[in-house]
Each structure stands twice: as structure tokens, then as C-alpha cells.
Design a protein around this ligand. Structure first.
Ligand SMILES: [Zn+2]
Length: 773
């Protein structure tokens, strides 16, 4: 079916980027003509909504101590307008004050003198109709403050204050948080009436250090009835309680700050801090994502750039993970660096436009709102001001499709912060994040939409799912395991890997998998969980090991023979689709024997490691074992279960071997009985996110096909296509029309058996297809 409008409308049209991004930027920025924006419709927040539902696009000039003498407010106001933002985040107080505070201990910016820079910028923003968040940084203080309140500082076991450079770290249990910060918040509200507060660093000392100050000793004794732990010991129940006690205190500070701002500034004057998009990052700061999201009306995300291993797609996943906790009706703007953030960091140099752009677009796909971020009011690299404007103009024109929508996905990937802490301990990157990342990446590669599911939300989320994936989720409570068993026994598909369910929610080893019956395996008699350091060592091992596929087919293939080839044992299982031309696959890890149940099938067995060098030694010493790499159960009336004893998810997250991705995706298709709501055929690596709003489906397709997909920065966009999209329509929907929000145009899809078929010729950076019912 042909499209009825050209793919690339006139370049003077600001809403639709042309294929050549550079030409588009030149035209749209140089023209500066009056721009046409689509009128708001009923789906968009009305002006009467509170600011946290209304202010969708944000901006932040993160000012330096020099800026009081070089802040060109007139220019920044034009930038606010051009970039279509509705809210600004302005540095106010805490570590550095940008207003003449009456609180003598609040340090003033070096070049501030008596100027009220924060107040001037806040007034200008209010005059321009913008929402103002006063930015705090409540974490550390200067020498004079330390001298005045030595009892407010965090202290190590020998009583010495914790330092950060020249500054002193304040204790989360001290009156710095109970009294001083509330006074600062009240003063700022009284002076400038901001709509709310952000806080760059609000949660005190991180998990790596124990504070032994008098406040902490006393409060821990009162609450737990014990002295503070002497040091880190994950097996010690007192240390575990110290971890949970620290989380609870950060949540208490969140509530305290909100009580203060709402009392002083009214019910909508919210203190919303700032949070990392990384669960591991949050754990290291004792920030309980579930508790925070349960309280927040809006979440401010500090997640400015991709990692090479996570890719741009990390941002789309973060959006889904956060909204899974926060709710999809709420907003989650994310600080997006327009400068070279990440590795390497250059605060004043522009990030290459395609690199910044793809990160922003993945955020849009995950339900994240844009928030530009520049460091310093004075800049000399103007390229950083060219990136966000066209993105935000597109966002404004299409915002009705980009907020307040529900994901359409029947695959859930389980996670919990307890698992990050008590199973991941000091290596959450390898034990928790890599498996999660590997399975997510395999799903993205297979174009299967999925949602992260928090363990405490299983009962709420499982009815929406055909398949639940447990990527090495070691720590699971008995209650979580019981819920998962019920799900699988009543027809839900399940995939689990590695050490899933071997530990309680506090990380205590069980005698065997809590989900052993479902997996169809148990450990042999006399086996015990290896200790933590042995397990961590084994995750980082890289052995020269393989899998043997069963049944073996090489007897019937054209290739060298030794005469002992096994007779073919018939057709292979669906999880081995695409591997007909091989009897082995690379693995890389080590496996131990397991006892496999009668009703289970083992399509992969382990071939132990043998030498790589010199090549003369590189032959299989033990070509065959009965140690399972993958165990499948398909009991009539129950859900299909695939248990990978091999850590294939982690391996794929780390090694990026396509065979591992294919195996994982095959298992997903088999266990979910191929019941996905979307297929996309066509070339390349694209990330697909499908959503639903009343009367329509919304599909994001992000083009990640690029030489720089796994190494930042991306410096050019490469168009790919064509594609054929097939989307399952909701019941009663007829699939009346499909609109392309990036390339423009509208078509009438072919509708067959409740599926809409939509051709798409090309994707440069992204496309968003709206399928009206
Ligand atoms: Zn303390």
C-alpha cells in the first residue's frame, strides 16, 4: 500500500523534520518564522491543572558561582521561548546560595555580593508564564558551618568528619535536615513563591560509608535496639537492618521537606528532589524507588547520557520502569545534557547533535519529558543551543500522544531494589544489572515489547502478562515465589535464569531454588550454595565452553565426518530455531550438574572449557555431558517454563553474541506462545514501544542502527527501511487510519483478522505511528 503524502514535506514545515537533519536545523533555526502549533485537545492538561501535570517541557541553566556577573537573562528568556519550555529549574540554595539569604551560615556564591540572581531569574520566569522549581543541593557545608554545628556532620568510626574536597558532609539524621534546610525552604518560598523545589543531592552519605555520629548512634539504638554495625557485613542481620533503616530515613526526609514546603507555600508547593534512573544508583544512595514514586506527583530524573553497554535504549527502559511505579498519568522529566556528559565530560562543549537527539527520543519513547540542561549561564560553544529546539517543537505539536498513555506489552521483566541490595550486594552491576540488561536487549533486538515489573506489584501486573521473565533474580521472598507459582500453574509463561529464587529477600541462601518445581530441576544431594565471593568470581569468568544442541544433526550435513556422528534424533525443539546448521553454540561460563525432573526436556547440554591457545591444544576434552544448560517444561493446562541454568542473559549483556540473543528470544516466543501484539519486519536494530490511549494505539520506532550503537558518541544518522508493521488491534477497533508523526502523512492500514498492516518506507532517527481505531 502506498502512502498518500510524500515522506519529506517542505523543509519550511517546522513540525516535520526533513530527512537531512543538518538542512532541517539550518532552515528551522534561521527562519525563526512564526510557527504553527496544533491546538490543544481534550487529552491535554488544562491550565487549571496543577503545575506538575501542566509543565511538560523543562529547562535548566545550572549556574556557576561566576554567573552572577555574567548572566544574560534577556538572551536566556528568548531561549526559553524558542525551546517551548513550560518550567525552569533555577539554582537557589543549599550548598551555594544565589540570593542574599538572611541565614548567616548559608554560603553565598563567590561573585554574588548582594545580588538576588535566583530571585531575578525566578521573577522573569514567572513573568513569562513559566513554572519555577528552586534548585537545592542539601548535602555538604563549608568550614564556618562545620565550626558552628560540628554535631550536624557525618562522622566515621574514629569520629572524624566525612569530607568531600574542602567541604563537610552533613548527617542525614542531624538538625541540618530537621531545622536548617526547612528554614532555607521557607525563606525561598517567602521571597519568590516558587511552584516547588528540586534538590540535586538530598539523601546524605551514600551506602559505602557508615555514619557513627551521636545522632545516628542514638537513633539506631532507639529504633533497632542495637549498636550501629561495626562495618559492612551483608550476612549480618544488624547490617541488613541498617540498610533498611537508612532507606526509611531518606523517605522520612522526603516527607519532612514536603510538609515544610506545603505548609509554607500551599498544597501544590512540592519538594520533589531528584532521582537517578538507575536502580543501582538509587540503591547506593538509599533512595527507595517504590516509596518515592508512591509519594511523588512528578519525578525529576537525573540520567543525562547513555553508557556504552546500555545504549540509548536504556532511556526508554528507564521511562517504563519509573512509570510502572509512578503511574503513567504523571510526568517524569529528565535532565538531558546538551553538553558532552558521560565519558568524557566536557561541561562547556556541545554534545554531538545526533548523540543528544537519540537519547532524548528514547526518553520520549519511554514516556520521559524533555528537560534541557546547560552548565553555566555563559557559553562559547553555541552548537549546544541548536539541539533541543526542533525536538521540543515536535514534542509540543504531538504532546497529546506522548503523555498519559498505557504501555501495550504482555511480557514483564521482574526487578526489585531488595534484589539489587541483598543479592547484588557489592556487585549489582554483574549480578543484577547485566542479566536485566541482557534480556532487555534480546527483547529489543527481537522487537518484542515488554515492561519492567516490580516484585511488589506482581499481583497487580500478572493478569496483564502472558510471560514473566526473572533475569537472575536471586532474592525473592516466599510470598513472591508463591505468586509466581500460581501464575505459571494457571497458564502464565515463565523464563528464569541463573540463581533465580536461590535466596530470600534478605539474601540468605536457601537449600535449593524456591521455584525448583517450576524449573523442573533441583540441586543434587549434598550441594550447598557457594559463598558470595566464589559466585561473583564465577560471573566474571570467561571460559572456552560451549553448548551441545540436542538432537544432533551433523550426520545429515555436508561437512567433515569422523564416522561416529550420531544418528539424527528427529526434529529439534522450537527454542533451537535458526540453529539447524550447527550442533554447538558458544557459551563462556561454567555449569554444575542438576537433577532434571521427569517432565522436563533438555535441548542444551554443557561442553566444559578446553584450551584456546595454542591452537594445537584446542580440541574438546569432554565433548559431551548431561549437565543441562536449558530446561523446558510444558505441562498441559499450565504455563510453559524455560529455565536457563546458564547465565545467557548476563553473557549477552556483556558479550553481545547474536546466538545468545536468538536463543533468549526463541525461548521468549515459545514460553509466551507467540502471543505478542506487534511484529515489525525490516532491517536493522530498532527499539519498539507500543502504547494505548482511548481510541488509538501509539507506536514508537527508534532507529539504533549505527556504527556508534555501542560506542558513544553518535555523529551521524543513517536511514533504514523499508518496514512492514503489524499491530494487533484492540477488540472492536477497525484500524481506520494510521498517521506518521515524524515523516508526516496518513494511510488506511490493511486490516486482517484483527491486525492492522502498515508499511513504512524509512526511519531516519525515529518514527511514531498513531493507529486510530
Ligand atoms: Zn550521623
Amino acid at each position: 500500500m502506498a502512502e498518500k503524502r510524500p515522506m519529506h514535506p517542505a523543509s519550511s514545515d517546522p513540525v516535520f523534520p526533513s530527512q537531512n537533519r543538518r538542512d532541517f536545523l539550518k532552515t528551522s533555526l534561521a527562519a525563526a518564522a512564526p510557527l504553527l502549533f496544533q491546538p490543544l485537545d481534550a487529552a491535554e492538561p488544562a491550565n487549571s491543572s496543577p503545575w506538575h501535570r501542566r509543565a511538560i517541557r523543562w529547562g535548566q541553566t545550572n549556574i556557576s558561582e561566576k554567573d552572577p556577573v555574567q548572566y544574560d537573562l534577556k538572551w536566556w528568556r528568548t531561549y526559553w521561548k524558542r525551546t517551548r519550555i513550560q518550567g525552569v529549574i533555577i539554582n537557589a540554595g543549599g550548598i551555594v546560595a544565589y540570593y542574599p539569604s538572611a541565614l548567616p551560615l548559608q554560603y553565598r556564591a563567590q561573585f554574588l555580593k548582594d545580588r538576588d540572581l535566583y530571585g531575578e531569574v525566578a521573577k522573569a520566569a514567572h513573568d513569562d508564564g513559566l513554572v519555577v522549581l528552586a534548585r537545592m543541593d542539601s548535602n555538604r557545608v563549608h568550614e564556618d558551618f562545620f565550626q558552628a554545628h560540628p554535631d550536624w556532620m557525618a562522622r566515621d568510626a574514629s569520629g572524624q568528619p566525612y569530607r568531600a574536597g574542602d567541604l563537610y558532609v552533613t548527617c542525614i539524621n542531624s538538625d541540618y535536615y530537621e531545622k536548617f534546610i526547612p528554614d532555607v525552604l521557607r525563606e525561598i518560598i517567602q521571597r519568590s513563591r516558587p511552584e516547588g523545589f528540586a534538590d540535586n543531592s538530598w539523601s546524605g552519605l551514600g551506602r559505602g560509608s557508615i555514619c557513627y555520629c551521636a545522632n545516628c548512634s542514638k537513633k539506631f539504638q532507639e529504633k533497632i535496639g542495637h549498636e550501629l554495625p561495626r562495618g559492612k557485613n551483608w550476612d549480618d542481620p544488624i547490617y541488613q537492618q541498617w540498610i533498611k533503616w537508612n532507606y526509611a530515613r531518606r523517605t522520612e526526609v522526603w516527607d519532612l521537606n514536603n510538609r515544610v514546603t506545603q505548609e509554607a507555600g500551599g498544597p501544590h508547593c512540592l519538594w520533589i528532589g531528584m532521582n537517578s534512573g538507575s536502580v543501582t544508583g538509587q540503591s547506593q544512595s538509599f533512595r527507595d524507588m517504590k516509596e518515592i514514586c508512591a509519594r511523588a506527583e512528578m519525578l525529576l530524573l537525573d540520567h543525562q547520557a547513555r553508557s556504552d553497554s546500555g545504549g540509548f535504549q536504556e532511556n526508554g527502559q528507564t521511562g517504563k520502569l519509573i512509570h510502572g511505579l509512578l503511574g503513567w498519568e504523571k510526568l517524569a522529566p529528565e535532565s538531558m545534557a546538551m553538553y558532552q556528559a558521560g565519558r568524557p565530560t566536557f561541561r562547556k562543549a556541545a554534545k554531538p547533535e545526533p548523540e543528544a537527539r537519540l537519547w532524548v527520543l528514547e526518553g520520549f519513547a519511554g514516556g520521559i519529558q524533555p528537560w534541557w540542561h546547560h552548565v553555566g549561564a555563559y557559553q562559547e560553544d553555541f552548537r549546544q543551543f541548536r539541539t533541543i529546539e526542533p525536538l521540543n517543537r515536535w514534542h509540543e505539536a504531538n504532546q497529546r500522544y506522548l503523555v498519559d498513555r498505557q504501555p501495550v506489552a504482555n511480557v514483564g521483566v521482574l526487578w526489585s531494589q531488595d534484589n539489587t541490595d541483598f543479592f547484588g550486594r557489592d556487585n549489582p552491576g554483574e549480578l543484577v544489572d547485566q542479566p536485566f540488561h541482557g534480556i532487555s536487549q534480546a527483547l529489543i533486538r527481537a522487537r518484542i515489547p515488554f515492561v519492567p515489573v516490580h516484585a511488589d506489584h506482581l499481583i497487580r501486573e500478572l493478569p496483564k502478562l502472558a510471560l514473566l521473565i526473572l533475569p537472575n533474580v536471586g532474592a525473592l521472598s516466599d510470598a513472591h515465589c508463591a505468586t509466581i507459582k500460581n501464575f505459571a500453574r494457571s497458564g502464565g509463561g515463565l523464563i528464569a535464569t541463573g540463581e533465580t529464587s536461590l535466596f530470600t529477600e534478605r539474601g540468605a541462601a536457601r537449600s535449593d531454588f524456591a521455584l525448583a518445581d517450576l524449573f523442573g530441576v533441583r540441586h543434587p544431594a549434598g550441594w550447598a550454595v557457594p559463598n558470595y565471593s566464589a559466585r561473583v568470581r564465577s560471573t566474571s569468568d570467561s571460559a572456552h565452553s560451549y553448548f551441545r544442541l540436542s538432537p544432533e544433526l551433523r550426520g545429515g550435513h555436508d561437512g567433515p565426518k569422523d564416522g561416529d556422528e550420531p544418528k539424527s534424533g528427529g526434529p529439534r525443539h522450537a527454542v533451537l530455531d535458526g540453529f539447524d546448521d550447527t550442533d554447538i553454540l558458544p557459551f563462556g561460563g561454567a555449569l554444575k550438574p542438576l537433577v532434571v525432573g521427569q517432565d522436563a526436556v533438555v535441548p542444551l547440554t554443557f561442553i566444559p572449557s578446553f584450551p584456546v591457545y595454542p591452537p594445537e591444544t584446542s580440541w574438546m576434552r569432554t565433548p559431551r555431558t548431561d549437565i543441562p544448560g536449558l530446561v523446558l517444561r510444558d505441562v498441559p493446562g499450565q504455563g510453559r517454563v524455560a529455565y536457563f541454568s546458564a547465565d545467557l542473559d548476563r553473557r549477552y549483556g556483556r558479550d553481545n553474541l547474536p546466538d545468545h540473543a536468538r536463543l533468549l528470544a526463541n525461548a521468549v516466543r515459545w514460553a509466551a506462545r507467540d502471543s505478542f501484539p506487534l511484529t515489525v519486519s525490516g532491517p536493522g536494530l530498532i527499539d519498539c514501544h507500543l502504547y494505548e490511549q482511548p481510541g488509538r494505539l501509539i507506536l514508537h520506532l527508534i532507529n539504533l542502527t549505527n556504527a556508534a550503537a555501542w560506542r558513544a558518541p553518535m555523529e551521524d544518522l543513517i536511514a533504514i527501511g523499508p518496514f512492514l508493521i503489524r499491530v494487533k488491534l484492540p477488540k472492536q477497533a477497525r484500524g481506520g487510519g494510521a498517521r506518521f508523526l515524524v515523516s508526516g502523512g496518513r494511510i488506511r492500514p490493511d486490516v486482517k483478522n484483527g491486525w492492522a498492516e502498515i508499511p513504512l518506507r524509512v526511519i531516519l532517527d525515529h518514527e511514531v505511528v498513531v493507529i486510530e481505531s
